[in-house]
Design a protein around this ligand. Structure first.
Ligand code: G6P
Length: 605
């Protein structure tokens, strides 16, 4: 999704902006650009393509110590040089970069065109640029001009603006699209993601929706939309550039899959209490009485976050015996949900920025719902919006397809389920069983990673299938869904996930030798039922790759993973499917870390 970087200080801005844009590449984009203020004029370059193409297009003499940069993910208008940001007014006085969507752009464009303005691009952003360029002539401060222009805007934005007449000053504003300020030594940065800043500073400030900031080399001021100054407390991010390096791996995805013994250990660290066999979750901000009062749990998230929420719902029902279910955040927010006082709502997000999830949380809060966040990015919008929650501590996830955040979310749910269960009826003995199971996870993930060669061979065998079916029952079902999601996201092989028992109610008609099935078959009370399903597939000449705890004759191929406590098995069963999708994508020559049409964090509706 689009990225923003801005710099003002004593140094040349262009190299810093280019480096920042490179750090944002992982979010997904189709074009890139930058503008710097030099003396009282603007220099600008923008290209369709990669940040490396932009770097080549920027001449050696591209001086200016104040500038803004952007990576664009097309929404209004095709990916092209002209539609790329920054956008400039005809006099080349104002330059604007923008993330988000201006919903009333068409109406504003028509109005401006009627007044004689000519547009160069098809973008919504250019509308905003013209509005600001008009306003700067009517006022003596850039922030005031931006504020005036934003008054006409309906929609979401994170923006950065420079004015050639005011060198040394950048104005940024946020509404629904993140903006983070980075505080340096006599220099200031801003970006849509801390990834672009950590090379230069760890001291950051998040803007709230409706806030605007003025940056100069010697510091910053923040304001509300009606120009009242706000007080901000900087905080220190603990992610550094090392987290954003590929660590010698060929792809970030493989690096992140391989990190899971550590990331799961980090999610667990300090949270298991061996005296009472409970989970310590200080961030929930709830006492035991309140924790007991919930009669239902509703989990919301998007994409893989939603699937990990489904694992979470099952863990909560099974351990705490509280009815729980997961739903895509976008569906939830659009169906005017009934919000109940005795329901605990849990929002999940790796990035903490996903617009649909954030909007669902805001809808819940507006209706008085109690919302916890299970989030990876400290200080992100969703984390700030929630009443409490857990951070994953998985470190930044760079590859678009989620892996380590998925497992850490599932582990967080196991902790939350244990917590909810032990203030209810789960016995100390069962609490202990789960605590011990959780502690075994990192070591068992290590063992699964050793199956890499076997899984690679299998992936190469199956990758050329036109389509694949993924099936599982109960605990295996969300695992199957996530497995199918990983495969389609990065290898573009069509994959469908079904509850194993539903196969005979329709999709069995699709089974033939060209449509292999990946079956999730844990060694649990449903083992026999699952083996029957394998028989049904086999009888239709379907090939079967089974992921389970023991080999079965009905399957053509089996990946055998270590057994944990039955409730925790889904976490481990997911990992072979991540490796399977990875190797299938490599075998098919795909751009593993940057799959087509997808973005790491989707900050638009
Ligand atoms: C995008 C990504 C998915 C991710 C989803 C939710 O669609 O491509 O991989 O699962 O967003 O992201 P979040 O940051 O909220 O977990």
């Amino acid at each position: 999704m689009c990225g923003i970087v801005a710099y003002v200080g004593p140094k040349d801005a262009a190299p810093i902006l280019l480096e920042g844009l490179q750090r944002l590449e992982y979010r997904g984009y189709d074009s890139a650009g930058l503008a710097v203020v030099n003396g009282k004029s603007l220099k600008m370059r923008k290209v369709k393509g990669r940040v490396s193409d932009l770097a080549e297009a920027v001449p050696a003499r591209f001086k200016g110590t104040c500038g803004i940069g952007h990576t664009r993910w097309a929404t209004h208008g095709v990916p092209s040089d002209v539609n790329a940001h920054p956008h400039l007014d005809p006099e080349h006085r104002v330059a604007v970069v923008h993330n988000g969507i201006i919903e009333n752009a068409d109406a504003l464009r028509q109005r401006l065109e009627a007044e004689g303005v000519t547009f160069e691009s098809e973008t919504d952003t250019e509308v905003l640029c013209h509005l600001i360029a008009r306003a700067v002539k009517e006022t003596d401060s850039l922030d005031d001009a931006v504020r005036r222009a934003l008054k006409s805007i309906v929609g979401t934005y994170g923006i950065a603006v420079v004015d050639a007449q005011r060198p040394g000053e950048i104005v940024v504003a946020r509404n629904g699209s993140p903006i983070v300020l980075g505080i340096g030594e006599k220099e200031m940065f801003a970006a849509s993601d801390v990834a672009a800043l950590v090379r230069y500073t760890r001291q950051v400030v998040h803007l709230e929706d409706g806030e605007l900031a003025v940056l100069r080399a010697d510091g910053f001021h923040t304001f509300t939309s009606d120009a009242r100054e706000t007080a901000k407390e900087p905080f220190t991010v603990d992610w550094d550039t090392g987290h954003y390096d590929n660590g010698g791996y060929e792809h970030y995805l493989l690096k992140e899959i391989s990190e899971q013994p550590d990331t799961v250990a980090r999610t667990l660290r300090g949270r298991i209490d061996d005296r009472f066999h409970i989970a310590h979750l200080g961030g929930l901000n709830m006492d035991a009485r309140e924790t007991r009062s919930f009669r239902r749990v509703k989990i919301i998230g998007c994409g893989s976050a939603y699937y990990s929420g489904q694992i979470g719902a099952q863990l909560i029902e099974e351990l705490a015996r509280i009815p729980a279910d997961a739903e895509p955040a976008s569906e939830f927010r659009y169906r005017n949900p009934v919000v109940e006082p005795d329901t605990l709502y849990v929002a999940i997000s790796q990035s903490g920025e996903t617009y649909d999830t954030l909007a669902a949380v805001q809808e819940l809060k507006r209706k008085g719902g109690r919302v916890l966040g299970i989030v990876n990015t400290v200080g992100s919008a969703i984390a700030r919006e929630c009443d409490g929650g857990l951070y994953l501590h998985a470190g930044p996830e760079v590859s678009v397809a989620s892996t380590k955040a998925f497992t850490s979310t599932a582990v967080s749910f196991a902790l939350l389920a244990l917590h909810l269960a032990r203030v209810r009826d789960l016995s100390p003995a069962d609490g202990r069983r789960i605590c011990e199971g959780l502690r075994r996870l990192p070591e068992q993930i290590e063992q699964i990673l050793k199956l890499d060669e076997q899984i690679k061979t299998l992936a190469e065998k199956y990758a050329h299938s036109p389509s694949m079916m993924f099936v599982g029952r109960v605990r295996g079902y969300p695992v199957a869904r996530e497995g199918a999601q990983k495969l389609k996201e990065i290898s573009y092989v069509h994959a469908e996930a079904y509850p194993a028992s539903e196969l005979k109610h329709g999709p069995l008609a699709l089974i033939n030798p060209d449509m292999p099935t990946v079956a999730i078959v844990p060694d649990d009370e449903l083992l026999d039922k699952n083996l029957t399903t394998l028989g049904e597939i086999r009888a239709r000449s379907g090939r079967i790759l089974m992921i389970g705890h023991r080999a079965a004759d009905a399957a053509d191929d089996c990946v055998v993973v270590p057994k944990n406590e039955t409730e925790l098995d889904p976490i481990l069963l997911t990992i072979p499917l991540q490796l399977f999708a990875y190797h299938a994508a490599v075998a098919l020559g795909r751009d593993v870390d940057r799959p087509r049409n997808l973005a790491k964090s989707v900050t638009v509706e």
